[in-house]
Ligand binder design. Structure first.
Ligand SMILES: NC(=O)c1ccc[n+]([C@@H]2O[C@H](COP(=O)([O-])OP(=O)(O)OC[C@H]3O[C@@H](n4cnc5c(N)ncnc54)[C@H](OP(=O)(O)O)[C@@H]3O)[C@@H](O)[C@H]2O)c1
Length: 278
């Protein structure tokens, strides 16, 4: 019998990829989404028991980020509900360079259930499916820390490993630190996207405090501003400027490099800046 997987964050960037892989290979799944039936909402732990009934394994992508103070209690409670429902295996998506995330990882590692931790660097797809797409499409990028380098991870690579962690025994009780094959600065990212799309994308470096003030003027809520501040100030303070080969060893092939991702993504047209009228 194939195990039944609950994918928490099934409509998100990683969850949707894992969902389609599991479905393609004929594995039964339950969607972990506020729009599913029964719904899964991180804000409503009293409803998690219904969602977990009959589930054998869970892919956990927390919202908004394991670095936020509420994550610890949420992961603790989720693990308890999983134990109660005799869930066998947990695969946790975590963030590299986030001390608060470590505490959540440890809860999963000490749960007595089988576990895999995917402690990931920043995703390449933040530029094509996530928080930085909008500023590229606005045709003018304002950004702090443009010279900071990050070993961006491709989500198809990450999700291949998440899938293997769910359907094989090979990654049981293992913690992987996931990086791409190289360090790339944010300046390189924006210049390369401009080059491969044959567009001009001017960008301007500004101090982090000015960047946050600008986002505040755009109406971003305080908790989102707190997280952006944390990510830039803590995670991008240089601590992640190193490459490790866990992903290559786990996948048995080289992870995707930034330029390949940029060229492939350019072909989809997602970065095409519309002509402004008037
Ligand atoms: N971005 C990065 O570079 C990076 C790097 C390392 C780790 N991470 C971690 O990756 C995780 C996010 O994974 P992802 O990028 O795959 O997800 P995502 O694309 O950010 O979104 C996943 C889904 O979360 C759901 N969601 C939002 N609020 C929710 C709530 N209150 N309760 C339940 N679901 C909620 C939404 O689905 P519905 O509307 O369907 O409910 C959304 O589609 C975070 O924990 C982050 O820390 C991110």
């Amino acid at each position: 019998m194939k195990p039944i997987t609950l994918i928490i964050g099934s409509s998100g960037k990683t969850g949707s990829r894992i969902l389609s892989k599991l479905k393609q290979e004929g594995y039964p799944v339950r969607l972990g989404s506020r729009n599913a039936e029964p719904p899964f909402d991180w804000e409503k732990p009293e409803s998690w028991n219904d969602v977990l009934q009959g589930i054998n394994q869970v892919y956990i992508s927390f919202q908004p980020d394991l670095a936020v103070p509420s994550s610890l209690e949420a992961i603790k409670t989720l693990v308890q509900v999983c134990q109660k429902n005799q869930v066998k295996r947990l695969v946790l998506l975590s963030g590299r360079g986030e001390p608060e995330a470590r505490a959540c990882e440890q809860i999963v590692q000490n749960s007595g259930l089988e576990w895999t931790i995917l402690r990931s660097s920043w995703f390449l797809q933040n530029f094509s499916e996530g928080m930085f797409l909008e500023s590229i499409l606005a045709g003018r990028v304002l950004f702090p820390k443009v010279e900071t380098r990050e070993p961006f991870v491709d989500l198809d690579d990450l999700c291949d490993l998440a899938f293997a962690s769910l359907v094989t025994e090979n990654h049981k009780n293992k913690l992987y630190e996931l990086t791409g094959p190289e360090l790339v600065s944010f300046r390189d990212v924006f210049e390369t996207i401009a080059e491969v799309t044959n567009q001009t994308i001017p960008f301007e470096e500004l101090p982090l405090d000015d960047y946050l003030s600008t986002l505040k003027e755009f109406g971003l809520p305080e908790d989102v501003l707190w997280l952006i501040d944390y990510l830039f100030r803590t995670v991008l303070d240089g601590r992640n400027e190193s490459v490790v080969n866990d992903l290559e060893l786990a996948l048995g092939r080289k992870p995707k490099d930034f330029r390949t991702y940029a060229k492939e993504t350019a072909k989809t047209g997602i970065w095409k800046i519309q002509e402004r009228v008037g």
